[in-house]
Design a protein around this ligand. Structure first.
Ligand code: HAM
Length: 423
């Protein structure tokens, strides 16, 4: 029996990987223009980090983490998201000493033990973008505008940006009390999970996926009606900044997000074609997280984008074709294979994309292969060419052929071929 991949863990095959590479290159460029630096973080962290940041009574921590003890019994978890690890790294490495703003991004695999379905895997990848030490609504707006700009650059449209404000430690208790009293009134109709959530984390009831719970919370109180004056000003500032940047968000009063660390701004970018797993990206502000992990006050805001979902949407328009080699070397017998080996390696060393095969084959089969690869030119070397001290260079588009003397062939080819990268 052959061994298969683990459920919810998938291979990204070469065709799809070309879209990944394109998306990653655009992300790196857009993030650079907005002043974000890359950081790379470990895949494993102490379980406690996620429990304390994402929240003990969230779905992620309660039932979706890949957690296991190491050889000494310490509980470790494969990161289910990047924000907690990012804050841990910022604190541990003193990256915001002196209260300077710091803008970081990170791309890598995350792990959640969810039921796999379209757009939902157990290993998935996030582009995670975080801005530290800037409490302004403009920084929240920058993060959202950056995300919209990136999605536009990769060629994704029909997106909506949903925003909401959760308020802060000042105004949230009043909202929570109102929500609790509303939920107690409908308690008997809530699903068993939500009856439990009502005691542990009532806000989670608002985004319960059970349809009946969804209907019941239609009449629940809204966070925006409980905002203190500072949070109200912050939210208005965000909406104004977004308008200035040409982003029209949908105010989504039901949006609460599935992680506990948020304060004030939260948002999601949704795409209609994704079905129930319709968020391409989500994020928000988390001004209290650094302190709750034992650090100083570090206001922060950010988002994470699910790369599988993005690539799935882009893949509907087709993945980019591979770029063909500039030259295919057709060695027609074993002696030609031996003779051409050095030439191929030297041209590659000089930066040309060159392909060949080390198994001799007929001219017809080699030309077919060159055509399939999309090679622009073919260098033909067989017993006749070797005897004459020559090689034949064929242009695949015009089918024109020229004879090159073998001596000096590398220099001749280096002049004739184009590297294809603009150099
Ligand atoms: P999140 O909403 O849990 O936020 O995840 C962000 C994105 O990751 C989702 O919108 C989705 O595209 C993708 N995603 C999540 N779970 C899966 C899955 N099982 N399979 C495929 N894609 C998935 C966070 O993780 C926060 N850390 C975002 C953030 C950053 N907030 C502030 N800074």
């Amino acid at each position: 029996m052959t061994i298969k991949a683990i459920r919810g863990f998938r291979d990204v095959l070469p065709e799809e990987a070309r879209t990944w590479a394109r998306v990653e290159a655009i992300a790196a460029r857009v993030l650079r223009t907005h002043g974000y630096q890359e950081i790379r973080l470990p895949v494993l962290e102490k379980t406690e980090l996620f429990a304390r940041s994402i929240g003990e009574s969230t779905d992620i921590v309660e039932k979706e983490m890949f957690t296991f003890p190491d050889r000494h019994g310490e509980l470790l978890t494969l990161r289910p998201e990047a924000t907690a690890g990012m804050v841990r790294a910022v604190l541990e490495n003193n990256l915001v000493e002196g209260g300077r703003p710091l803008k970081l991004f990170f791309l890598g695999p995350m792990f959640r033990y969810e039921r796999p379905q379209k757009g939902r895997q157990r290993q998935f990848h996030q582009l995670d973008v975080e801005a530290f030490n800037d409490p302004s609504p403009q920084m929240d707006a920058e993060i959202i505008v950056l995300l919209a700009h990136f999605l536009n650059e990769v060629g994704l449209d029909r997106l909506t940006v949903h925003v909401n404000s959760l308020g802060c430690a000042e105004c949230r208790p009043a909202f929570r009390r109102a929500l609790e009293s509303f939920l107690r009134g409908v308690r008997g109709d809530l699903c068993p999970d939500c009856q439990r959530r009502l005691e542990t984390n009532p806000v989670r009831v608002i985004d319960c996926k059970v349809p009946r719970c969804g209907e019941l919370v239609q009449d629940a109180p809204w966070t925006v009606d409980f905002l203190c004056p500072d949070c109200r000003r912050h939210f208005d500032g965000l909406l104004q900044a977004l308008r200035q940047a040409g982003v029209t968000p949908a105010l989504d009063r039901r949006l609460v997000r599935g992680l506990d660390y948020y304060t004030r701004t939260i948002f999601e970018v949704l795409h209609g074609e994704l079905g129930s797993q319709n968020a391409v990206a989500g994020g928000g502000r988390y001004d209290d997280l650094a302190r709750s992990l034992g650090g100083p006050d570090i206001p922060a805001t950010g988002f994470a984008l699910g790369l599988e979902r993005l690539v799935m949407l882009l893949g509907r328009q087709g993945h980019p074709a591979p770029e063909g080699p500039r030259l295919y070397v057709a060695a027609l017998d074993e002696a030609a294979v031996e003779k051409c080996f050095g030439l191929v390696q030297e041209l590659r060393r000089r930066g040309f994309t060159v392909e060949t095969d080390y198994m001799a084959g007929s001219l017809k089969s080699r030309l077919k292969r060159a055509d399939k690869l999309g090679a622009l030119r073919v260098l033909i070397v067989g017993p006749d060419e070797i005897a004459r001290g020559e090689a034949v260079l064929r242009d695949m588009a015009t089918k024109e052929q020229v004879v090159l003397p073998w001596a000096g062939a590398i220099e001749n080819l280096a002049e004739l071929l184009d590297k294809g990268d603009g150099s």
